[in-house]
Design a protein around this ligand. Structure first.
Ligand SMILES: [Zn+2]
Length: 60
């Protein structure tokens, strides 16, 4: 049985630990590279970790 008292990993639940992704815009620039933008997770602001949430009244 797993211990219920340990601290769970604080991976951001919104991006599951992958906070930044490159999105292609289509087309290529003068050097032939794809034009991309980098989007960061809005929940964790690109850190990939979630802020620790205080759980009030939760009993396990
Ligand atoms: Zn995130």
């Amino acid at each position: 049985m797993a211990q219920s008292g340990h601290t769970p990993p604080r991976i951001c639940p919104n991006c599951d630990g992958f906070p930044a992704v490159a999105i292609t815009l289509g087309g290529r620039d003068r050097s032939g590279a794809r034009r991309t933008i980098t989007a960061h997770c809005s929940a964790c602001h690109g850190t990939g970790t979630a802020a620790r949430i205080k759980r009030v009244g939760v009993t396990a």
